[in-house]
Design a protein around this ligand. Sequence first.
Ligand code: GLU
Length: 277
Amino acid sequence: MNERERLKEKQRIVIKIGSSSLTHRETGGVNFSKMEQLVRVLANLKNMGKDVVLVSSGAVSVGRNGMGLPAGKLTLPQKQACASIGQARLMMIYQKLFSEYNQNVSQILMTKFTMTDELSRPNAVNTFEELFHLGVIPIVNENDTIATYEIEFGDNDTLSAIVASLVHADLLILLSDIDGLYTDDPNINPNAKFISVVKNIDDKLMLMGKKSTSTDVGTGGMATKLTAARIATFSGTDMVIANSDHVSVIEEILNGEEKGTLFPANKKKEFQIMDFI
Ligand code: GLU
């Protein structure tokens, strides 16, 4: 069975979607049709008997937009206040949409401290396991309202890989505003070639990722996605970066189709999640 065919058998799946995919670029307003489509696909995966976790960004941008704050850099307290407002709104929308498909969801907000603290980490694992047992879809975000530099993950690409590792997911899908990994930035270099499978995330590749840019809405560029790929694959999880333009790409990936860039699991015995936090 080839690497793509194997994706058909994935049972525990973490899906990450970023702020830039959930909001309209021109206005910063919520993209309700994108959220509706995403919820429908995830509810369907759940009905297929899979365990599903959604890592969703958007708290800061939804809060900011809701309060009508002008463009420009936010101060830390402003950002944290926006996250507090936006996270509640985001969950309200998810609750409403998932309930249309008879799905129960829950909210899990994490900081680095959740992972480094000997008590919090097993608590988080136990909570996830019980939620799976109850058939609930956990919706995870960083606890931006209280996370400052010392305890923040900083981006949800890394956070989603840590969650995938924590719950022993067998697949992580990062939905992004790009089709996957290219040999160069396709926005600048028309000769850039698409890479379908990456078996070895070496230092050369990491350096390539560092040169990529990120949007002004989310925080993750290609560099954070490659760090996520290292965490996920080293802990035994396959990872795919795919374009969030059409969220049906999730179903296509799970049908074994050649969509996005696949990083096959490459479990390393010596892998320590703490080395990446
Ligand atoms: N946690 C942030 C939010 O919900 C986003 C982080 C990211 O974009 O990766 O706004």
